[in-house]
Design a protein around this ligand. Structure first.
Ligand code: ACO
Length: 327
């Protein structure tokens, strides 16, 4: 048990909405295909001058307000993202500057794709337990539209942009991280990848022409692994906390595909009415999906102090994670 408390949450989605009907005009697809295969109806798209740190900063301001803290109180900043403003400096450094967090505290990014928020939560719990930090700003923010191949119907219908944040502090009640599971398997990394732009394949005219700076995914292979790992992580984390699916008050899964969510809840014994689904309105926002779902659940009264919250994720790497929290 880690004595932590998420004292504030916030989220931000860019203004522009791209519907399935808009996509019908861009590629050979249909609202019917996208809805039945994924559960997605629409997604938000960042404007040309909006970067990942801009989205994160807006979500962070909401989280500060709910927590009753100011940027000057924060003593560590983390941003989970696979769409950083710049490869370096870290997006967390841009967020630190934008928000006015003290220019002495550590700020760093977490690259764990869709599992990034849960990785950050587990890290934060460890940092608070060991006294490394006491008021952490954890952001998960993505502008996936900027690395999407808008000519590839098999991926462009899936992703959206958005950000979710949390202020995490030492608990002053019985809230806490009850258990967690996290892992990775680099063997299958190529099934979901942004090939170019790193040291393996630096940017050249050819890499740009071939669109190697966009997301490439073998969807049906990733799907199989996502279902297996999300189910396993849910069951293992509940077991570690001596709980079952029946004890879960709110389940916030990563939102990649409604069918993955349905398969997970069936196996873990969690009712659909306790499951937060945002995918119809947001698409897959990678790391940002879980904190956005948590923020919406807090703000609409579904998630309350004392509730058992389960969250699970799976993403590129492959990476996965699960966390059981007493809220
Ligand atoms: N519109 C219409 N038809 C399409 C579209 C589209 N947008 N995309 C693909 N198709 C076609 C294919 O060409 C194929 O046609 P064919 O049978 O004639 O060859 C057919 O639909 C079936 O394609 P599949 O890829 O097998 O479709 P599937 O049912 O697997 O659904 C999907 C695809 C939605 C991508 C699914 O595989 C999935 O959700 N995968 C997992 C995604 C995931 O979990 N990602 C991890 C996190 S993301 C991250 O880390 C950034």
């Amino acid at each position: 048990m880690f004595d932590i408390k998420i004292t504030g949450t916030g989220s931000y989605l860019p203004k522009k909405v791209l519907t399935n009907f808009d996509l019908e005009k861009m590629v050979d697809t249909s609202d019917e295909w996208i809805t039945t295969r994924t559960g997605i109806k629409e997604r938000h798209i960042a404007s040309e001058d909006e970067a990942t740190s801009d989205l994160a900063s807006k979500a962070a301001e909401e989280a500060f307000e709910m927590a009753g803290v100011s940027a000057r109180d924060i003593d560590a900043v983390m941003v989970a993202t696979i769409t950083p403003d710049t490869l370096f400096p870290a997006t967390a450094c841009w967020v630190q500057k934008k928000l006015g967090v003290k220019p002495v505290v550590p700020a760093f990014d977490i690259s764990a794709a869709c599992s990034g928020y849960l990785y950050g939560l587990i890290l934060s719990a460890g940092m608070i337990k060991t006294g490394v930090a006491s008021k952490i700003l954890l952001c998960a923010s993505e502008t996936l539209s900027k690395i999407t191949n808008w000519d590839d119907r098999s991926t462009c219908v899936l992703f959206g942009d958005g950000a979710g944040c949390a202020v995490i502090e030492k608990s002053d009640c019985d809230s806490g991280l009850l258990s967690y599971v996290w892992g990775a398997d680099g063997k299958l990394g190529k099934l979901l990848i942004q090939e170019a732009g790193g040291s393996r394949m630096p940017a050249t005219k050819e890499t740009v022409d071939k669109k190697l700076h966009t997301v490439s995914m073998q969807g049906n292979e990733v799907y199989k692994h996502a279902v297996t790992k999300m189910k396993k992580a849910a069951i293992e984390s509940l077991k570690k906390a001596n709980l079952t699916g029946e004890d879960v008050d709110v389940y916030v899964p990563h939102q990649a595909n409604i069918r993955i969510i349905e398969a997970t809840i069936k196996r873990a014994g969690i009712p659909m009415d306790k499951t937060v689904v945002t995918i119809d309105k947001t698409g897959n926002m990678s790391a940002a999906t879980i904190p956005v779902g948590i923020d919406w659940a807090v703000r609409d009264g579904r998630l309350n102090r004392g509730d058992i919250l389960l969250s699970t994720a799976f993403g590129g790497g492959f990476t996965w994670g699960a966390a059981v929290l007493r809220w």
